[in-house]
Design a protein around this ligand. Structure first.
Ligand code: MN
Length: 479
């Protein structure tokens, strides 16, 4: 004869799991007043919500935990009844077993039942974290929702921001030596800037042009596990390291354009998120806190793993930091004023970037066929940048720095953008315009170069790669 725990026992082998697996016996009689919420780091992080009822723990899995806000219902998936003993269970379920992963007790206490039917349950929770009236209602099959009926649980808390554009640095000289004590110095990382949002099991990775790219960098989904029920917004840079262990934009190119990387690509070209700022943590916005306060809170998170880490910040000696960055083959340093607040989307004077090499983002407006080995394919790209009025001005051509693979990819992409007329708003010299293939100016790339000429041309530009994280309209001459 099956009983209420048959489904529970079927999924578990007492010899392999530390979970309680009681033998079949008459169910104990309780008071129908205990609840427990367990944080369960299984294949996917979730919270198990259990209410004692008629001798078992009636259970739901909550992928985003218990809602704090009556305006935001959370999904609750009804699961098999659990034995009453489970209310005190915490431990490690071995990998490969049902629900493999760690279980901790997130909250536990008593509850009062206001209503109990097959499709709706209303309770008042008296826990240390979960307090107040909640309704669970069935939406179909084992799918339910959980709704908070009381006002927001933490009315004093700042809401988690939906979108924070990253604060930007102004190119310039390092602060003078007698001002250095007001500044912190960080290495400038050569990768893709990204703000990461972690919220109860979900991770969003958003680039500067507001694109969500977590599917491109799925290793960052592991941050959900790391943070558990702490909601966090981080600012940082996604980088890939070359064989010498230096961040390499060239290496990262192999990942930037791939929507769903294969396991072998993830293995061959892993990325690391270098988290250098903390914008929001567990109900508190840090936007108006000083750099020093945000930095201390960031270091307190203990981000120190192969796929995410907090790079060091140096105090005091800017020229030493710049020399160190050069010795390590890095782009340069970013000086940040220690008393400055976080200014989303702003390029202000509180962050200053000093670089060893000059780089410029460019918009591709056309291409010319190559000769010899490159016959029929791309020989060079015709590139431009916008002026203050938003006109796309021709800035020269770039014919070096490409790998064969980059040229093949570019050729395929550019063919789809081909058009009859020049997209540049000024006249392209005849020597360049002759036999040019024009394209709609949608692609942004990056070049290194030596200097701007008096006629608005880049001298000796070399290609670094595409920047799908940048918008063509934002491409202007860097100061
Ligand atoms: Mn579970």
């Amino acid at each position: 004869m099956a009983d209420k725990l048959t489904a529970y026992r079927k999924k578990r082998d007492q010899k392999r799991t530390p979970e309680p697996v009681p033998p079949k016996k008459p169910l104990p009689k309780g008071n129908d007043d205990t609840f427990v919420i367990q944080e369960h780091h299984a294949r996917r992080l979730h919270w198990d919500f259990r209410l004692e009822r008629d001798g078992v723990l009636v259970s739901w899995a909550l992928p985003r935990g218990v809602p704090d806000d009556p305006k935001r219902n959370h999904l609750a998936v009804h699961t098999e009844d659990h034995p009453l003993e489970y209310a005190s269970f915490a431990g490690e379920i071995p990998k490969g077993e049902y629900g493999g992963g760690s279980v901790t007790i997130w909250d536990r206490g008593t509850y009062e039942c206001e209503k109990w039917s097959d499709s709706e349950v209303k309770v008042v929770l008296h826990g240390s974290k979960a307090q107040g009236r909640y309704a669970l209602f069935r939406t179909g099959g084992d799918q339910w929702m959980i709704h908070r009926m009381d006002p927001p649980a933490h009315p004093e808390a700042d809401p988690m921001p939906e979108l924070v554009r990253p604060m930007l640095a102004t190119a310039g000289a390092l602060p003078p030596a007698d001002q250095e004590h007001r500044w912190a110095f960080e290495m400038k990382w050569d990768g893709v800037r990204a703000v990461v949002y972690v919220d109860h099991g979900t991770v969003r990775v958003v680039t500067r042009n507001d694109r969500e790219v977590v599917s491109t960098y799925p290793e960052l989904r592991g941050l959900a596990e790391f943070f558990g029920d702490r909601t966090v917004v981080l600012d940082g840079e996604i980088v890939a390291f070359d064989e010498k262990g230096r961040p390499s934009f060239g290496t990262l190119q192999q990942r930037m354009h791939v929507q769903r990387p294969t396991a072998s690509l993830l293995d061959r070209v892993p990325v690391t998120y270098l988290a250098f700022d903390l914008i929001y943590l567990a109900g508190t916005s840090l936007i108006s806190k000083s750099y020093d306060e945000r930095r201390a809170a960031l270091e307190g998170l203990g981000l120190d793993a192969p796929r995410w880490t907090t790079p060091p910040a140096f105090e005091g000696d800017g020229s030493a930091a710049l020399a160190a960055s050069e010795a390590q083959g890095l782009e340069g340093v970013v000086a940040k004023r220690r008393d400055s607040v976080y200014e989303p989307g702003r390029r202000g004077a509180a962050w200053i970037k000093a670089k060893h090499v000059r780089m410029q983002e460019v918009v591709i407006g056309g291409w010319k066929e190559g000769e010899g080995r490159r016959a029929g394919g791309i020989g060079s790209l015709l590139i431009g940048v916008h002026d203050e009025e938003g006109r796309l001005l021709f800035a020269g051509h770039v014919g070096t720095g490409f790998t064969a693979r980059m040229l093949d990819d570019l050729a395929a992409t550019l063919r789809k953008l081909e058009r009859k007329t020049s997209p540049f708003d000024d006249e392209v010299p005849r020597s360049h315009a002759k036999d040019a293939h024009w394209v709609t100016p949608k692609l942004v790339g990056e070049v290194v170069f030596t200097e701007w000429t008096g006629t608005n041309r880049l001298r000796h530009p070399a290609w670094r790669g595409l920047r799908p994280d940048k918008d063509p309209a934002d491409v202007v001459r860097e100061p």
